[in-house]
Design a protein. Structure first.
Ligand code: NI
Length: 252
């Protein structure tokens, strides 16, 4: 298994990271994409990846980080990805959940990161919250040139199919295990397995039965098991294909 979206460099893991990694290995989680979201966390992801061979770092600027200093942040990102090996650009995208005050900055920073990913021939990791149509509209301008993943996707089956047409994979996390997550369960069944990825987004969004507690990368096994159950397939079949998808997308 590959956890395609993890923030194991966060404070929450500073006391037991080695045990977390041990639990990953026990669960057959052998590769983990460490996703940066700011100048500081891009560096943390990179540094940690140098210490452990199961980690693959990315670098990006989260929409909630997009503000008046965006040009400085972009310049930092440009030099960071030039000087260091990263496996994707992101997470980046649009987030209107906490308001639209910085919407213009969000859009600029998002577009610049898409263009960076295209220039570097890297996948993009998309964070999208309460901003489906604007995200779709911006991505569609780059149709045919982009590849990437809609991370922790929580939208409709119909929109998932539209994002796939733009070159995106659909990644499911802990919420697919929640009892009331009807639409996510539909996505898990109706999207072609060749377009699905699995992730944790840890430390957030722990799957059932750990909902509400700290999430960690080994719990991606619970996401896999739920998708297998919903699709009436064996976990090993779903594992094989989603692992192959992740290897292909991130070139690992
Ligand atoms: Ni994240």
């Amino acid at each position: 298994m590959i956890d395609t979206h993890s923030h194991l460099f966060e404070e929450e893991f500073k006391n037991d990271l080695n045990e977390c990694i041990k639990r990953c290995k026990e669960k057959n989680v052998n590769k983990i994409i460490l996703v940066g979201f700011s100048c500081e966390t891009n560096r943390l992801a990179l540094d940690l990846s140098k210490k452990y061979d199961l980690f693959y770092p990315t670098a990006g600027i989260h929409p909630s980080e997009a503000g008046i200093n965006y040009q400085n942040d972009l310049n930092d990102l440009y030099s960071f990805v030039k000087e260091n090996k990263v496996y994707a650009i992101g997470e980046c995208g649009l987030d209107y959940h906490y308001g639209k005050d910085n919407i213009d900055y969000q859009k600029i920073v998002f577009k610049k990161q898409i263009e960076l990913a295209i220039a570097m021939d890297l996948p993009i990791i998309i964070h999208m919250r309460d901003a489906t149509l604007d995200t779709y509209e911006i991505l569609s301008r780059y149709k045919g040139k982009i590849k990437g993943v809609m991370h922790c996707y929580s939208g409709s089956v119909e929109m998932a199919k539209e994002f796939i047409k733009l070159g995106m994979y659909i990644s499911l996390g802990g919420p697919v295990t929640f009892k009331n997550a009807k639409e996510s369960k539909r996505v898990a069944v109706e999207i072609p397995l060749e377009k699905l990825l699995i992730e944790t987004d840890c430390p957030f969004l722990a799957p059932t039965p750990y909902r509400g507690t700290r999430n960690e990368s080994s719990y991606v096994a619970l996401v896999l098991e739920e998708i297998a159950r919903l699709r009436e397939m064996s976990a090993s079949e779903v594992d094989e294909i989603t692992t192959l998808n992740a290897k292909k997308l991130f070139n690992i």
